[in-house]
Design a protein around this ligand. Structure first.
Ligand code: UN1
Length: 505
């Protein structure tokens, strides 16, 4: 098996255009969660090479910022083309390195293609405003300018899509990108870089240092965070990580986009279409083995439909297929590593201690002892206490009964994170209340779909301990540019604003 899976990785990397010397004989071991085996050993960057990469990016920015935005969009269009050509191989590599089932691996690459398409259109729409001036013969306007070097720090669970959300926007906005991927998923990062380099070669005249990847540990992320030459840090990961990164960037008045933890909930109302809710909850809570930041982790079910829904959910949890995503049609693949499995067990123990009834959650033996597969766990909780208040990055769904429509929104919002949320209802009052200012406090609030699987067209991110950042669609591009307000006087006099008089003779 070891040979087979490592050989499979090698042949995918080869087809994706990653040179073998990047991942053979280095000091960073890369593992596949599918078997827990080592598949490659990558060369790592040093602090010196990190500084050099930042300097290259800074120099590249000075050229790239003057390239017309639609021309910059052409590079991203080519990236989209290359991603289309590489979709099957890159999707398979995502499955191999992050443990995703094939359709989720491919779906991740589709997100990359989608954001490229979005960014190409955007490259002709970096609109500013024209503003009415209070003074005669004056015009006010707003222009969006490139920002500088964008440092991207990404997590294992969306090893390449999150880079592409940032890179596609950053590039059309006239910025350079330096990327520090998770140590758990460096191979897909090398592959994404190779795909980008192909687009770049076709593009022709881009400056050096436009988009670079740095392989290594937290010291590289720390160097990006500390560098005054990195204008924006876009970091995806735990709230713990964000608590370190956010203040450090703020201290030097850098800009940050933080996409941190989620403790996402669904509410099932009396009028809900229960068949639809069942499927949506199953995907939201068990999909990607519970390792999306948008994974549904809490579920509030109205007492009127609790007995009609929850036993069916428990059945779905007991029967969902858990297995090797390369060799079976299983819907739930492995946890990323032993630490993830241990954290899941710790949370389940705490849930039992808090009066929860746990269904599932046990280890499933698939392949060698180094692989960590678990049956997703559904936990009926008497109250929202203990581990329910925290994000555990594993497939655990805490289910609670509710009776009062106002109280359930209060409970829904009573956690630290504020990423995604959803309500299942056919009642317009319930729906609109949930979406209102007094409703869900999350960055994403869905109706009759689950909490995960957002399209790239919307702004992605959340409030409170989720960090407040927005990536991807809508006007998230503004986070990657600096705004300049200009007042132009085309008259022959100099009236001052607010009627101030200041005549020097
Ligand atoms: C993440 O888990 O870090 O909405 C991102 C979703 C995906 C992105 C998840 N489009 O589930």
């Amino acid at each position: 098996m070891s040979q087979t899976i490592a050989a499979r990785a090698t042949s995918l990397l080869d087809r994706l255009g990653v040179p073998a010397d990047a991942y053979v004989g280095g000091s960073l071991a890369s593992f596949t969660p599918i078997t827990g085996e080592e598949v490659a050993r990558l060369k790592v960057d040093s602090l010196a090479s990190t500084e050099a990469a930042i300097a290259r990016a800074r120099a590249g920015f000075e050229a790239w910022r003057t390239v017309p935005a639609p021309r910059r969009g052409e590079l991203v269009r080519l990236l989209g083309e290359e991603l289309r050509a590489a979709k099957d191989d890159l999707g398979a590599l995502v499955s191999l390195e992050a443990g995703k089932i094939p359709s989720e691996g491919l779906g991740e690459v589709q997100e990359m293609i989608d954001i490229c398409d979005f960014a190409v259109g955007l490259s002709r729409q970096l609109y500013g405003l024209t503003i009415a001036s209070e003074r005669p013969g004056h015009r006010m306007m707003e222009t969006w300018h490139p920002l500088g070097v964008v440092g991207v720090i990404s997590a294992f669970n969306f090893p390449v899509a999150v880079w592409s959300w940032n890179a596609a926007l950053a590039l059309v906005c006239g910025n350079c990108v330096v990327w520090k991927p998770s140590e758990k998923t460096p191979l897909t990062a090398l592959a994404a870089q190779a795909i980008f380099d192909r687009a770049l070669a076709r593009f022709g005249d881009a400056p050096a240092g436009l988009c670079q990847v740095l392989i290594g540990g937290p010291d590289i992320g720390a160097a990006l965070v500390a560098s005054h030459d990195v204008a924006l840090i876009s970091a995806t990961g735990s709230t713990r990580m964000g608590k370190i990164v956010g203040p450090k960037v703020a201290e030097r008045f850098g800009r940050s986009i933080l996409e941190l933890g989620g403790n996402n909930a669904g509410i099932v109302c009396p009028s809900a279409d229960l068949n639809m809710a069942l499927r949506a909850i199953a995907f939201g809570a068990m999909g990607t083995a519970g390792q999306r930041c948008t994974t549904m982790r809490r579920l509030f079910v109205h007492e009127a439909v609790y007995d009609a829904l929850v036993p069916r959910l428990i059945k779905a949890y007991a029967s969902v297929s858990v297995g090797n995503p390369l060799e079976s049609k299983a819907l739930v693949g492995p946890l990323v590593d032993r630490a993830a499995f241990d954290a899941m067990q710790t949370a389940l123990t705490a849930a039992r201690a808090a009066g929860g009834t746990v269904y599932g959650g046990e280890r499933v033996t698939i392949g060698p002892d180094t692989a960590f597969y678990a049956r997703p766990a559904l936990v009926e909780m008497p109250e929202q206490t203990g581990p329910v208040l925290e994000e555990t990055f594993a497939p655990i769904l805490y289910v609670m009964k509710y009776s009062d429509a106002t109280d359930v929104i209060r409970k829904h919002n009573a956690v630290g994170a504020g990423l995604s949320s959803s309500i299942f209802t056919l009642d317009v009052r319930e729906m609109e209340t949930f979406l209102s200012a007094a409703g869900s406090d999350c960055g994403i609030a869905n109706v009759n779909i689950g909490t995960s699987g957002a399209e790239i067209g919307g702004a992605f991110g959340g409030e409170k301990e989720t960090g407040g950042g927005r990536e991807s669609g809508s006007d998230a591009w503004k986070g990657y540019m600096r705004r300049q307000t200009s007042t132009v006087n085309y008259s022959s006099s100099l009236p001052l604003a607010q009627g101030v008089v200041f005549d020097i003779d």
